[in-house]
Design a protein around this ligand. Structure first.
Ligand code: MYA
Ligand code: UBL
Length: 273
């Protein structure tokens, strides 16, 4: 049997791909990240018609959560959650969490409370099917290049939280940060909580360094711990108290983050061996 050029090319690709995948850490990293984004865009195609039945509605966040929950199994990432009891608050609240990478989506979906929507950069709205799915799920988009616009969207969010019993998830670092610490916090999340007079619940995801590093192009299987910290109340606080509130919450999160880093597998007596 004679093979055509195209068939030969296909055979070479089929052989080369798994070999490259196993031999090159970088190639593996790119494949895993490409699949991650591609898979989310594909899942969004399924989510869109389901969400569209309700129209733009925060309840649709449950659909996205359900769609994304299995991804941790595809990537062999074990997520351990501590502090569930701190989410046992009936009233709305603002969740603030550290932001290391787009993989945060996995930890977020693992613990996302009901009727809770994230605040996201406006660019995400244009990320094809994922953007439309986010819009249908009530994700709040802010334009980071226009501070006044971002502030007015967040002020409106404070009213919506109370009127429609909605919780909001904010990444107060304002951008992804994989440095192994926390960036200075932007204050929007805390203004939002103070305006609505609702608690701030800090969430800390442990460092991904053992299994994921963008700089080194490393992406293996691994374990991540997500800690939900006790809520910080804002009743009676005014906008003058925001800087102190933001610093206090960042301090709590930094302490938890450092503690979790020292518990990393194989690191120190408290670690999981
Ligand atoms: C199946 C498909 C699934 C698809 C996936 C679904 C899941 C998607 C998940 C997506 C996840 C995506 C995740 C993501 O996309 S993360 C990226 C987007 N998120 C954020 O940026 C959130 C955090 N940012 C902030 O809080 C910033 O402060 C904002 C953006 C608001 C302004 O930033 P900016 O850098 O422009 O200005 P500034 O911070 O210097 O502030 C200037 C001044 O204004 C004051 N100020 C601030 N706010 C308020 C306020 N509300 N009321 C009154 N005042 C306010 C502030 O204190 C300061 O004053 P002073 O303190 O210096 O005196
Ligand atoms: C037809 C248009 C096709 C567009 C294709 C776009 C590809 C994007 C594919 C899938 C979207 C995956 C959704 C992942 C959501 C995670 C969001 C995220 O982590 O955003 C980063 C943002 O927090 C901070 O941004 P910067 O670190 O400041 O930057």
């Amino acid at each position: 049997m004679e093979l055509s050029v195209a068939q030969w090319l296909l055979v070479v690709c089929l052989v080369a791909f798994p070999l490259l995948y196993e031999w090159s850490v970088s190639f593996k990293y790119f494949c895993k990240m490409a699949f991650y984004n591609g898979w989310i865009l594909t899942l969004a195609i399924l989510a869109i018609p389901i969400c569209a039945v309700r129209g733009r509605n925060v309840e649709n966040m449950k659909v996205l959560q359900f769609m994304l929950l299995h991804i941790k199994y595809l990537y062999g990432i074990k997520i351990e959650v501590r502090g569930w009891e701190n989410f046992n608050i009936k009233e709305p609240y603002v969740v603030v969490s550290n932001h290391q990478s787009s993989l945060d989506l996995l930890g977020m979906m693992e613990i996302l409370p009901s009727r809770c929507v994230p605040i996201a950069k406006r660019e995400l709205m244009y990320a094809g099917t994922a953007g439309l799915a986010c819009w249908l799920a009530g994700v709040i988009f802010i334009n980071r290049k226009k501070t006044d616009d971002a502030i007015s969207v967040m002020t409106e969010a404070a009213e919506t939280m109370l009127k429609e019993d909605v919780r909001v998830w904010v990444f107060p670092e304002g951008t992804r940060n994989h440095s192994g610490s926390l960036l200075p916090f932007k204050r929007g999340a805390f203004h939002l909580a103070v305006k609505a007079q609702v608690p701030v619940i800090p969430v800390v995801m442990s460092s991904y360094k053992d299994f994921y590093c963008k700089k080194e192009r490393k992406f293996t299987t691994g374990k991540c711990t997500v800690r939900i910290l006790p809520g910080v109340h804002t009743k009676g606080l005014s906008s003058d108290d925001v800087p102190e509130l933001a610093d206090r919450v960042r301090g709590m999160m930094l302490e938890a983050f450092s503690q979790m880093s020292s518990e990393r597998p194989g690191k120190g007596p408290g670690g999981v061996h």
